[in-house]
Design a protein around this ligand. Structure first.
Ligand code: ADP
Ligand SMILES: O=P(O)(O)O[C@H]1O[C@H](CO)[C@@H](O[C@H]2O[C@H](CO)[C@@H](O)[C@H](O)[C@H]2O)[C@H](O)[C@H]1O
Length: 454
């Protein structure tokens, strides 16, 4: 069950006084944000866990959104999540900031001020970069940097407008800062993993140059700055482009498989595997996730027996590559091609899983399955669907992977089927929560995977 930062009396490090009016404003605004994870559960309470004046007119907040606990077969999920916010405060809002407007505080120390999402404000974005360029602290926040990195000042910021789980600001097409929105205590793998791979000299992953953390109410990673690949295109856009043009994508898929195998080899070196993977325990966890998903999305129920068969087959299979640190949420949107090279980003893992679980060694087949599912997603974006295109890409990706990894995912049929099934179950839940129109895409895979041999 995900550990969350749970409410306790707020710590107003700079600004003191009741912030109740802020809670009222955020309660309306928060659930409308793309990155808000609790869209399917009403917010029952919003409490401010910590507030720090980052610079005049800009507050850094950690807030806890509580939900009515919904019991599920896998146990009762945590009653809420912690989110990171940067709030701007001004008497009047310039027209260009109108879309960032949250509301006007009516009482307390902020009475009369317009409150807005400060990430849209170039001044706040600039000052945030200045903080990262000059390591130090601000209340419980600590800003750190790679001593070898020389990030220039004055780079113009632009907030990315992508459909994201977090929020990112690009500075002068030279750096990108990712602010994690949903905060769990502990080291975020999206800082830990790229830093460890960079230390090994693995060039397939942009290396962190600066980051910031909090100590309050519990230690957690808040944001990471890394080099921006200005001429890069993500794999999802490339795949859709190829489909639209009727182009073959197998050469790209093969190169991507090879690149991913290299990243896995580097991960195994950076985080030596502790021991063999336990298929029985993995299968049991997959079964529990399926039951919880079927509870939340009843459309899954008719397929549960067939899907369970895939997990049962995994439990009895005793071969497979050793468990190791993996990407954890691999799909075409997480790979960027610049020139002829593929790069891998976003090592956070599946955002809804507990941080400790995401940092646990797992089968590399999990990532392979994530990418195979992604080819299927791409092939279903426009009619007529192109299952043959996806099949060829899947083959090519596995062939490229096998050539570099020394083992072939296609020869691990039971493992691959179980991981693909687990991934499709996750996708059903993800789409039901975030993009109900997309639900038919993973449901088509569910129907296929529920049939033995699918
Ligand atoms: N180093 C980078 N260079 C170029 N673009 C990047 C880089 N890192 C991220 N991006 C772009 O930002 C988008 C969101 O980044 P990502 O880490 O996946 O965020 P999230 O966790 O919010 O989904 C990516 O899809 C990609 O287009
Ligand atoms: O926000 P993240 O990139 O960390 O990942 C989440 O969102 C993804 C969608 O943006 C979602 O991926 C699913 O949709 C993709 C197409 O948009 C597809 O390529 C993936 O295969 C599919 O899983 C991902 O699951 C979710 O964690």
């Amino acid at each position: 069950m995900p550990k969350t930062i749970t409410p306790r009396p707020r710590t107003a490090t700079v600004l003191d006084g009741p912030l109740d009016s802020l809670g009222g404003l955020l309660r309306e605004w928060l659930p409308r944000q793309r990155w808000f994870a609790g869209k399917d559960r009403p917010v029952t309470e919003l409490s401010v866990l910590s507030v720090t004046e980052l610079f005049p007119g800009c507050l850094h907040l950690l807030v806890h959104a509580s939900h009515v606990p919904v019991p599920t077969p896998g146990g009762t999920p945590p009653p809420g999540d912690c989110y990171q916010l940067l709030l701007g405060l001004r008497p009047h809002l310039a027209p260009r900031l109108e879309r960032a407007f949250i509301g006007r505080a009516v009482d307390g120390p902020l009475a009369g001020l317009a409150v807005y999402d400060a990430l849209h404000d170039p001044r706040s974005a600039h000052l945030l970069l200045e903080r990262l360029r000059h390591p130090g602290t601000a209340g419980p926040l600590r800003f750190e940097a790679d001593p070898a990195a020389r990030v220039p000042g004055g780079l113009p910021p632009r907030l990315l407008d992508a459909e994201q789980s977090n929020s990112s600001i690009v500075y002068g097409d030279a750096y990108i800062l990712k602010l994690f929105r949903r905060i769990q205590p502990g080291v975020n793998p999206d800082l830990e993993v790229p830093a460890a791979l960079a230390a090994l000299g693995c060039a397939r992953v942009p290396a962190p140059v600066a980051w910031f953390t909090t100590a309050d109410p519990r230690p957690a990673t808040l944001g990471v700055l890394q080099p921006f690949l200005p001429d890069a295109t993500d794999g999802w856009s490339l795949a859709l482009g190829a489909l639209a043009a009727g182009d073959d994508f197998t050469a790209e898929a093969r190169a991507l498989g090879r690149a991913m195998a290299e990243v896995h080899l580097a991960l195994a070196e950076a985080f030596p595997p502790a021991g063999p993977g336990e298929n029985g325990r993995t299968a049991e966890a997959m079964r529990a996730r399926l039951d919880a998903a079927a509870h939340a999305v009843p459309g899954l129920l008719p397929f549960v027996p067939g899907l369970r068969a895939a997990f049962a087959a995994l439990a009895t299979c005793d071969t497979g590559p050793p468990a190791q640190r993996v990407h954890g949420d691999l799909h075409l949107g997480q790979v960027l091609r610049a020139g002829r090279d593929w790069f891998v980003i976003d090592f956070e893992g599946e955002p809804s899983r507990p941080l400790a679980e995401r940092r646990t060694p797992q089968s590399p087949v999990r990532d392979v399955a994530g990418m195979l599912r992604s080819f299927d997603y791409a092939a279903r974006q426009r009619r007529p669907w192109r299952p043959e295109w996806a099949r060829r890409c899947r083959e090519a990706f596995c062939a490229g992977y096998a050539a570099r990894a020394g083992w072939d995912p296609r020869k691990k049929h039971a493992l691959l089927r179980a991981h693909e099934t687990d991934r499709a179950v996750y996708e059903v839940l993800y789409e039901a929560r975030h993009r109900p129109d997309w639900l038919p895409v993973p449901m088509a895979a569910i129907k296929r995977l529920a049939v033995w041999g699918g």
